[in-house]
Design a protein around this ligand. Structure first.
Ligand SMILES: Nc1ncnc2c1ncn2[C@@H]1O[C@H](COP(=O)(O)OP(=O)(O)O)[C@@H](O)[C@H]1O
Ligand SMILES: [Mg+2]
Length: 236
């Protein structure tokens, strides 16, 4: 049994099924990516883990069944979701946004050390601490979304397309931060349309199409896989 074990997961929007029996495994310390084009079901997968959409199947994390939990109880078990489109509070400052990420934390000492950690990994947030989130650049907003997630003191961080809409240099900077967090022991589950970036930075990759996992393997091997190269890396 893996640390995060997903078996035969199905998810629905109203009566329409959009995940069709997804299985995925993640061990403590892993950096796993799920690549797939728009509409493949990546967001739905992460939202199912965080109990934000109705789904059925087997989802266990560190020995606990998640499928019947409320979203806040998933957070309490240490799975923190960094959502698609960042979903910041634009009229609040950088600092206030970060503190929103700590809303379930009671330990003031712990919050202070998480904040130090955020400013160490993402120094731009320290510089912009009192600036309104809505006035940050796209890259800075993504950094803030990651920082806010770290304030939730994750054991497993799930990231929904952090590269979306950002220039290549900024994307690399964000992936570097994620890799550094992983190097320090944080487990990562990343979903991305940016297959090249996901394959470069993660250790193991799943390919998702139309709500199903169609391929999987160590990221370095997946880069060499002709079907992956053709469909996701634009190579013939
Ligand atoms: N709120 C929703 N209501 C109905 N259908 C949805 C909703 N959100 C997503 N879908 C559908 O579910 C499928 C998977 O979407 P999604 O998980 O957002 O894919 P991805 O994140 O890979 O782009 C798509 O066909 C999409 O149209
Ligand atoms: Mg999505």
């Amino acid at each position: 049994m893996a640390w995060l074990e997903i078996k035969n997961l199905t998810a629905f929007y109203h009566a329409i099924r959009v995940l069709h029996g997804v299985s995925l495994q993640l061990e403590r310390g892993d950096f796993i990516s799920v690549i797939g084009s728009n509409g493949a079901g990546k967001t739905t997968l992460l939202r199912s883990i965080s109990r934000l959409v109705s789904s059925e199947g087997y989802v266990r994390f560190d020995g606990n069944d998640l499928i019947r939990l409320r979203p806040r109880d998933v957070i309490k078990r240490g799975i923190i979701h960094c959502p698609e489109s960042r979903l910041l509070f634009p009229n609040m400052t950088v600092y206030q946004n970060l503190m929103m990420g700590a809303f379930l934390q009671r330990d003031r000492q712990g919050i202070a050390s998480d904040l130090d950690r955020v400013f160490e990994y993402l120094p731009v947030l320290s510089i912009r601490k009192t600036q309104l989130a809505g006035t940050l650049s796209g890259g800075e907003q993504q950094m803030l979304a990651v920082g806010r997630a770290i304030m939730g003191h994750p054991r497993l961080l799930t990231l929904d397309e952090p590269s979306l809409g950002l220039a290549p240099l900024i994307v690399d900077a964000i992936f570097e931060v994620i890799r550094k967090l992983n190097d320090e022991g944080l487990s990562i589950l990343l979903v991305e349309q940016n297959a090249a970036g996901a394959l470069e930075f993660s250790n193991f990759t799943y390919v998702m199409e139309e709500g199903k996992i169609v391929n999987q393997g160590p990221s370095q091997e997946m880069v060499e896989d002709p079907s992956v190269a053709k469909a996701y890396l634009g190579m013939e």
